[in-house]
Design a protein around this ligand. Structure first.
Ligand code: DGJ
Length: 678
């Protein structure tokens, strides 16, 4: 009946009158009863949109017609609805819970209560949106340009984002939002859904001539993938949904608060996320103990707290054509094992992380030679097309699962690993995405249980797996292989609608971005990597003393401010000129905030006003000053007076509603500023 603003406390009779008043009339040439939308709508209710549930028995389509069997308040703000159709032999349970922050968690499950096998087609959750939701925004992308926004009018029909990668994919519809015309980060009413799942997705927005408009989400199942014998059940992935009257920032506020609340026991607290050095773009497969030890020494000297050895350490792994599945240290390039490097890293005061890709296998590996039956195939059994020269290991096979788990445990024990960078570098293209995804989650859960302090980063050729489902078992996601700050501005802007910034990895790369070839200033790279879970992915052995001094200053500033950066409210201005973007993080008590004024390309105007510091307390006064990140910022011409003065003190109302003069930043420059309540 209603998904939107709080209706306040309603008496039972007010509620009944509300429902009655929402009930539509019966139009000509239609079913004889007023149409009512359910959470799992099916044809027998008169629903002709995407069904909430489909399936068959033998050669017969099952056409359920459910009645309410039970409605229970299981906890505060949590209800469970049970629907049953004994003739169809199905029982559906829908659990809904609304967090204090206003995030809706919805999950459905179906049990086969019949006498023969039920083959499930789909089971999802459908949520109503108001007729004024006229535009849809979702994200797409490709390697390494993830989370690109796309918008369209919500016309009659279905805008369905189906993904069949066996992982979320670089085009993952991580966010699907519908809103009032022109909705943005700060403006408009928005309804948004996220499927907290690491496998195949169907996320959609639909509008029908019947007057119904919905957002829906379900796991995209392959035909015959889920077969339920009598008594067996299937549970849908969790659907997370947020409504906001204050644009996408309001959606983020609900998602971030919920994720932080859920994460409290698992993830490191705000202010405690270590600065990482990742070796990938520094050395790739070119592993040399002496060089990497030198890199570790320099990393520690500039303030890095965690050293992560990326791909290339396994037996024979001198390129990407072999050795996946053989989780054994290469005796040629690492004749003394990893211990000397690990000891060195620890002696320098850093902890040690290691790259692994547990779900994969190379045909050129001992494991594939010994167990060809562990390589995941579809049916008929033949290998899928190779992707980066590799194949998936069938983790649903208990022997393969146990073998990879045992190898991971040996590594974690032997090297007292603090952090695994868990990579996944291919689309499955064969085999059951459903079973493989759940088996992967089980493997992660098993490691969580055995090593409660072990942190895991979810990486999938960059941002191919960054959902809130995998974040139940992991601590950080790698949103893109692009360390190009210009691309990263957008990737981080749109990744952080659903994900809080502290779980999004952001690395300082070399001046020439390896993925795009674009050359950028150190200052722009530092300002961009400052805002999420910061790290370095650059061969610091080749950096000049001046550059190292800049990195040291940047890391010190990051450590000083990371509590705020990782606990505050994310704010993003809707740009007047697309060349100029403002984003920031405001402390929960609004006592301080950090903002970045970013110039992406040549601005439209020579000078401009309206640099707003969103989210400040209008009744308080703030001092705004630049933060020194260690490298210069370049300007087109003379700075405005407030910047020449080193800052400005003004009431929050003026700073956040009217703003001040923009600094005349050159393209691909950013100025980071701190506002402190005086
Ligand atoms: C893909 C990842 O996204 C990279 O960061 C790196 O770990 C490589 N794989 C290693 O093969």
């Amino acid at each position: 009946m209603h998904w939107g603003g709080d209706l306040g406390t309603l008496s039972e009779s007010q509620l009944a009158r509300f429902v009655a008043a929402q009930t539509v009339a019966v139009p000509p040439s239609s079913i004889g009863d007023p149409a009512v939308l359910s959470l799992v709508p099916v044809a027998s209710e008169g629903w002709s949109g995407t069904p909430g549930l489909t399936g068959h028995r033998g050669n017969r389509t099952v056409e359920p017609s459910f009645s309410l069997a039970d409605l229970a308040f299981t906890e505060e703000n949590r209800i469970a609805v049970t629907l049953a159709d004994s003739a169809a032999g199905l029982e559906v349970r829908i659990e809904l819970s609304l967090s204090t922050e206003g995030l809706l968690e919805a999950r459905s499950s179906v049990t086969n209560t019949g006498v023969d096998r039920f083959i499930l087609g789909r089971l999802g959750i459908t949520l109503p949106i108001a007729p004024r939701a006229r535009e849809v925004l979702d994200v797409t992308g490709r390697w390494p340009f993830e989370r690109r926004p796309q918008r369209r009018e919500l016309a009659h029909g279905s805008w369905s984002r189906q993904t069949r990668h066996g992982r979320n994919g670089h085009d993952s519809p991580e966010l699907l939002a519908a809103g009032t015309l022109g909705f943005g980060f700060r403006a408009g009413e928005v309804w948004a859904v996220h499927l907290a799942y690491s496998g195949d997705h169907d996320v959609y927005a639909e509008s029908h001539p019947t007057g119904h408009a919905v957002l829906g989400a379900a796991e995209l199942l392959a035909p015959g993938e889920v077969q339920l014998d009598p008594g067996e059940s299937y549970s849908s992935p969790q659907v997370l949904a947020a409504w906001s009257a204050g644009g996408l920032d309001g959606v983020s506020e609900r998602f971030h608060a919920w994720t932080r609340q859920r994460s409290r026991t698992r993830h490191r607290g705000a202010g405690d996320r270590p600065v990482i050095l990742n070796t990938w773009e520094a050395v790739y497969f070119d592993h040399d103990e002496e060089q990497l030890s030198q890199l570790a020494s320099i990393a520690a000297s500039v303030g890095v707290e965690r050293f992560v050895l990326d791909d290339g350490w396994m037996i024979g792994r001198t390129d990407d054509s072999r050795a996946l599945g053989d989780w054994i240290v290469d005796p040629v390039r690492w004749p003394n094992g990893l211990a000397p490097l690990v000891d060195h890293v620890r002696a320098l005061g850093m902890d040690f992380g290691l790259w692994v890709e547990p779900e994969m296998v190379s045909l050129d590996s001992d494991v594939a030679r010994a167990h060809p039956e562990w390589v995941l195939t579809g049916w008929p059994e033949r290998l899928p097309l190779a992707w980066r020269n590799q194949f998936a290991l069938d983790l649903d096979n208990p022997a393969a699962f146990d073998a990879v788990l045992a190898q991971l445990c040996v590594l974690v024990d032997e090297y007292e690993i603090a952090y695994l960078k868990w990579d996944q570098n291919r689309d499955l293209l064969g085999g059951s995405a459903h079973r493989q995804t759940l088996a992967t989650w089980r493997l992660m859960a098993e490691l969580n249980a055995r090593y409660p302090a072990l942190e895991i980063e979810s990486c999938s050729s960059g941002g191919g797996r960054t959902d809130l489902g995998v974040l139940q078992f992991t601590d950080r996601v790698w949103p893109s292989d692009s360390n190009d700050p210009l691309e990263r501005q957008r990737i981080q802007r749109y990744s952080s609608i659903v994900l809080p910034p502290e779980v999004i990895g952001s690395h300082l790369g070399a001046a020439g971005a390896h993925t795009t070839g674009r050359e950028t200033d150190l200052g722009f790279r530092l300002a961009t990597a400052f805002f999420c879970s910061a790290g370095v992915e650059w061969d610091l052995t080749k950096a000049s003393d001046e550059e190292l001094a800049s990195v040291r200053t940047w890391i010190a500033a990051y450590k000083e401010h990371r509590f705020l950066l990782h606990s505050g409210v994310t704010v993003r201005a809707d740009p007047v000129d697309p060349a100029l973007e403002l984003h920031g993080v405001v402390a929960a008590d609004r006592s301080e905030a950090i903002f970045a004024a970013v110039c992406l390309e040549a601005p439209r105007d020579a000078v401009t006003t309206g640099l707003v510091f969103l989210g400040l307390d209008p009744g308080m006064e703030y001092r705004v000053e630049p933060i020194d990140l260690g490298a210069p910022v370049r300007y087109f011409h003379a700075k405005p007076q407030w910047l020449l003065d080193g800052g400005v003190t003004l009431p929050g109302r003026i700073l956040s509603e009217i703003g001040i003069a923009w600094p005349p930043l050159q393209p691909q420059q950013a100025l980071v500023l701190r506002a402190v309540r005086v």
